[in-house]
Design a protein around this ligand. Sequence first.
Ligand code: HEC
Length: 105
Amino acid sequence: MQDARARAIALTAGDPDFGRELMQRYGCAGCHTIPGVPRAQGKVGPTLQGFAARVYIGGVATNSPETLIQWIENPRSIDPMTAMPITGISRAEARHVAAYLYTLR
Ligand code: HEC
């Protein structure tokens, strides 16, 4: 667990704890089931459980830190057809969220 956290920080230069908080603020929790985030049991989008091991993001782009940060900030810049909306989260904030998602194994 500690290893996963260190690795997530190294990959993103983000703060996973802050990222977890941001996911409640920006409504991610309303659409996604996210382990470790209170009341995050949304079923609109896929569960983010085990996200660190996911090969593709949204089924279209290879899962890498920079692509994930871009997806979180503006998913439609990666897949114009995706149902996931732009939430208004900034790129800097998306980095912290990416850090948290990469702790999920
Ligand atoms: C209105 C509902 C909604 C909101 C709000 C939302 N998402 Fe999504 N999200 C989706 C849907 C639907 C998909 C599936 C998209 C696709 O496959 O095209 C998705 C896909 C994703 C994926 C890719 C998952 C995978 O396994 O491929 C990630 C990561 C993600 N969302 C993170 C977030 C984060 C972080 C937030 C908050 C900033 C957020 N989402 C807000 C609906 C939402």
